[in-house]
Design a protein around this ligand. Structure first.
Ligand code: ADP
Ligand code: MG
Length: 283
């Protein structure tokens, strides 16, 4: 494959049906990731990060809303074609390295197997297996059984299998959780290098503030919606398609739901003034 593709969603909604009722995991996500971007997806547990990743990766189908991968509307593609895209164009790494690997194969065979599946659906110009292993720094451990690898090496093996087809998009669900600092840095550096050198579009879920601070852009999900944007560690809020401005958590502590605020414009600056706290206002 080639360079990265842009990835975007519009009004993405996902419901799970459990115990006879619906749980809204995502309730209107508008996200745009440019081709070749490296973006971190943050948010508290249960916010909908894995659901979003699984939808983008074609593992789940959305209840409503649209997903675009380059010019293709993924949310409209037939199941068989989604499988083809998943084998070549989009790679989804589920949380937990082992879930992405065939346990009775070594590292090399896992990479070769990912390529075999891609060739079966028509891929031709795939990189040499050795080159893939070199890219992730696992050439020396190519023939090691998975059981003999450290947790960090196992995650690198999962990265190798995920990028075996040089996908246009790499989606990784918490690839650095449960790793010590050195292994975490090795995995993050490897993913960042793949993004830089191959131009792969990367979306990586993390709850580690240190990982987040090293990513050029972060998007925070809260209660199934985009709740904030970060640039190199600085937090911003984004106006949603329907005109709402989600407040970051620490601001929400100061301005709880229901607070009446006034918006005042002062040249380029907007001030948000809680009505009963404006200077000079009688209490
Ligand atoms: P995160 O990855 O941010 O922790 P998830 O996407 O896993 O969040 O979950 C979002 C919400 O959807 C949570 O309320 C979770 O309980 C619910 N959920 C996730 N998977 C399922 C499922 N298979 N069935 C029912 N509810 C689910
Ligand atoms: Mg999750």
């Amino acid at each position: 494959m080639s360079r990265g593709l842009p990835l975007s969603t519009r009004g993405l909604v996902h419901l799970y049906h459990s115990d006879g009722h619906d749980v809204a995991a995502l309730s209107g996500v508008d996200l745009h990731v440019a081709a070749g971007e490296l973006v971190g997806l943050l948010g508290p547990s249960g916010a909908g990060k894995s659901t979003l990743l699984n939808l983008l990766g074609g593992l789940l189908r959305p209840s409503a809303g649209r997903i675009f991968l380059g010019d293709v509307e993924l949310s409209k593609v037939a199941d068989r074609d989604v499988d083809r895209l998943r084998s070549r164009t989009i790679s989804l790494m589920l949380q937990g390295a082992a879930r992405n690997l065939l346990p009775y194969f070594g590292v090399r065979e896992n990479v070769a197997y990912a390529q075999l599946v891609a060739r079966a659906s028509g891929a031709t110009d795939l990189p040499e297996v050795a080159q893939v292993l070199e890219t992730v720094g696992m050439l020396a451990r190519a023939d090691a059984p998975l059981g003999s690898l450290t947790p960090g090496q196992l995650q690198l093996a999962a990265v190798a299998a995920a990028v075996a087809t040089e996908p246009a998009v790499l989606l990784a669900d918490e690839p650095t959780s449960q790793l010590d600092h050195r292994a975490r840095d090795a995995v993050l550096d490897t993913i960042a290098r793949i993004n830089r050198e191959l131009g792969t579009t990367v979306l990586i879920v993390t709850h580690d503030p240190e990982v987040a601070s090293r990513l050029p852009r972060t998007v925070t999900i809260r209660d199934g919606r985009i709740g904030g944007e970060g640039r190199s560690g600085e937090e911003y809020a984004v106006v949603t398609a329907d005109g709402f401005l989600p407040l970051p958590g620490h601001v929400l502590d100061d301005l709880p739901p229901g607070t009446l605020v006034r918006l005042e414009r002062d040249d380029e600056v907007y001030r948000v003034l809680p009505v009963d706290r404006r200077p000079g206002t009688a209490r």
